[in-house]
Write a protein that binds this ligand. Structure first.
Ligand code: ZN
Length: 156
């Protein structure tokens, strides 16, 4: 599945829809509630009718209750637009009071959740993120983010 991952040195090298979504995700970091980690994360989804849903990470004094931006966005989508398909998800992050983006790949929990959304809609979800090597990563299907990931078929 490695072939389904593309790397880009510069944001400008991505397609216009991906760049647009990255900018929306950046804007969403303004709504992060991150008094503990001081790590502001924004996510943006674009749906098959062009609707964009943005979200930011939401922390809590009881740390395990913190929620990643990606999952806030995905659950908002499922609640408000259950019939629409997700084409693409972008996620970015920066430290509080820093403009420069920090590398932030989706965590394992989010990968599992994105994968289930992909299974539910039976069409791939592209994921754009800024990787640890400071290159932009475009994954053409969430399945590539979680090799051997399992879904509801495990219970059938
Ligand atoms: Zn996560």
């Amino acid at each position: 599945m490695i072939s389904s991952i593309s790397h880009f040195d510069h944001l400008e090298d991505l397609d216009s829809e991906s760049k647009y979504l990255v900018h929306k995700a950046k804007d969403a970091t303004a709504h992060a509630y991150a008094p503990y980690s001081k790590f502001c994360v924004g996510a943006a989804l674009i749906l098959d009718d062009g609707t964009v849903i943005t979200a930011a990470n939401q922390e809590n004094a009881a740390y395990p209750l913190c929620m990643c931006a990606e999952r806030v966005a995905l659950y908002a989508k499922a609640s408000a637009h259950p019939e629409k398909r997700i084409l693409k998800l972008a996620v970015v992050a920066h430290k509080k009071n820093h403009k420069e983006l920090s590398p932030a790949a989706c965590c394992g929990s989010c990968r599992q959740v994105i994968l289930e959304f992909e299974h539910r809609q039976n069409k791939p979800i592209e994921v754009i993120m800024y990787g640890p090597d400071k290159k932009w990563i475009k994954v053409h299907s969430a399945a590539a983010l979680l090799p051997w990931g399992f879904g509801k078929e495990a219970f059938e």
